[in-house]
Design a protein around this ligand. Sequence first.
Ligand code: ATP
Ligand code: MG
Length: 267
Amino acid sequence: MAVIALTSASGSPGVTTTALGWALSRGRPTVLVDADPTGGSAMLAGYLRGQMVPPDALLELWTAHRQGRLRAALPSLAMPLPGSQVGLLPGTRSHGQARILAGLFEPLLAALKALEGTGQDVIVDVGRLGLAGSPSALLHGADLALVVCRADLVSLSALRSWLATMHTELAEVGAASSSLGVVLVGPGRPYSQGEVGKVLAGVCGGRSPVLASVAWDPKTAAVFSAGAQVRRLEGSRLVRSLRTLDVAARDAVAGTAADLTGAGVQA
Ligand SMILES: Nc1ncnc2c1ncn2[C@@H]1O[C@H](COP(=O)(O)OP(=O)(O)OP(=O)(O)O)[C@@H](O)[C@H]1O
Ligand SMILES: [Mg+2]
């Protein structure tokens, strides 16, 4: 499936919850990268409740890059998440650390893309758009850049302007327009996926950018965002919708690759 980057335009719509829940529910080898420049390692503090001692993965990768051994260092820095096929590259402890990593993200993207050959897919939590230290190279170079959004007017209004910017930025780097998508958290609260798609089509060349919706399910979401315990994770609405998202993303990546190949043939 390759490299998928998740971000948001405003608020806290559920980027981290979606990224982590998606990686854990896929049942496939996945590298999960916490590249949110906000710092504080939300996944470690939330899902893992601060119970694992992480490596300073991104800082160590930066050092490894400067020593010409980024690809060799990558596998050993991914922390296996218990009971899963997910290896987590934890985020920085502070926003100050994130700012010194600006030069890391382009070579890291290349190293992450190379993982596809080993059968591993990559999901990246990029954090909110427009932050200082934002890992733009990961977003612009991902096979799929997904903006996570809630279905209310405040979220959609911020998303509209950011989506137009991203559409332009991705065109500038030669990415297929189909590599940009939206993941709607809580469809029907109050707007449906169809209604949101119609509103956003205007800034995405007439096509609805909404790839899939993630169910509104606060109890299960709290497992991924805060390490809460639930009796039934597998059959939950959230996990089922994340599996649907996985299928939609795989189809979209295949479609985007076909678009780019077609463009290459015509060029
Ligand atoms: N599908 C969902 N259903 C219900 N609640 C959700 C869902 N996804 C996330 N949440 C809740 O929304 C809150 C914010 O989630 P999360 O931390 O994942 O957002 P974020 O976009 O990563 O925020 P930030 O920009 O601050 O990193 C959490 O309380 C989480 O449990
Ligand atoms: Mg987050």
